[in-house]
Write a protein that binds this ligand. Structure first.
Ligand code: 8Y4
Length: 295
């Protein structure tokens, strides 16, 4: 029997919203987990394309069985020093995997890309969310996202992946990130993207030092005033920094960080370790502790 003290907390607008992700519903009545599926050659390599697609598909199925609500498929690395990837190559990596994940799972598929042609092909293959670390700043990206009418995640980055960690500077990182995301929202809505289909992400680690990342985490609730927040902390360097050892295993630290982000009002956490994060979130949910998503 379900004890009255363990009934889920009531959740109200504005963020108990349901997003229509290309026919698949993403209900933000509780924190959701986005599982990371990298389809760069170093992740599921075997030379041949078929092998890597089937390996990626199997990993996606495992992530869903572990409780992922969203699978984020990305074919281009954002690491400093990563090789640029031609459009044809990105399409060849991403689209067969999107197709396979749509066919074999019920998850919302998000496409991690800044390229409008990849956005279009992915949505045609069934993807239901655009996750763009460039916040639709590439030529044609805003217009394409507006035309595709799927929700978009706008992420903040200072600089470019190649140089962003060289010397990031802010006067007031949280205010600057909030203002920048507000500007990107205004550009997006002016182009016809409905405001209630936009998600916001501070871009942990993207042109930020440890103190910047921590300030953003401490004040993540200020981003949540804009709309649903996505937080990606999983296995990032800041976890190693906080643990005092860059080389140590980052699993437990990543799960803890995801929980803190949820406590600060994040709607979606982007993670590698789905099973562990889902377990931690179950404790959150079942505890009945008031969700910050309740307004
Ligand atoms: C180990 C593994 C260390 C991965 C670092 C990393 C975000 C994102 C990335 C994010 C959203 C990454 C595509 C960087 N981070 N999308 N993408 N938010 N929305 N690095 O924080 O995971 S890639």
């Amino acid at each position: 029997m379900r004890d009255a003290t363990r009934e889920p907390m009531p959740v109200s607008a504005p963020f108990a919203m349901t997003l229509d992700c290309n026919g698949r519903a993403l209900v933000l009545d509780r924190p959701r987990v986005m599982g990371i599926l990298n389809v760069t050659p170093d992740s599921f390599s075997d030379g041949g394309r078929y092998c890597s697609v089937s390996a990626a598909r199997e990993h996606a199925i495992a992530l869903c069985e572990a409780g992922a609500d969203i699978i984020d498929v990305g074919g281009v690395s954002t690491r400093p020093g990563a090789e640029p990837v031609a459009e044809a190559e990105e399409l060849a990596r991403v689209i067969p995997v999107v197709t396979a994940v749509i066919e074999h799972t019920e998850a919302v598929v998000s496409v991690d890309t800044s390229n409008p042609a990849v956005m279009r092909a992915a949505v045609e293959a069934g993807a239901g969310l655009i996750n763009d670390v460039m916040a639709l700043s590439e030529p044609g990206a805003i217009a394409m996202a507006a035309r595709l009418s799927v929700p978009v995640c706008l992420m903040h980055m200072q600089g470019t992946p190649a140089t962003m960690q060289d010397d990031p500077r802010y006067t007031d990182v949280v205010t600057e990130v909030v203002n920048w995301l507000t500007e990107r929202r205004d550009v997006a809505t002016a182009a016809g993207i409905p405001a209630d289909t936009i998600l916001y992400d501070p871009g942990f680690g993207f042109g930020k030092r440890l103190n910047h990342n921590l300030e953003l985490l401490q004040q993540l609730h200020r981003l949540a005033d804009l709309g649903p927040v996505v937080a990606g902390l999983s296995r990032k360097r800041l976890i190693g920094q906080l643990l005092g050892d860059d080389q140590c295993d980052r699993l437990v630290g990543s799960v803890a960080a995801a929980m803190i982000a949820i406590g600060q009002g994040a709607s979606i956490v982007r993670v590698h370790d789905v099973r562990e994060t889902v377990q931690a979130l179950a404790i959150w949910h079942e505890s009945g502790v008031a969700s910050p998503l309740v307004s």
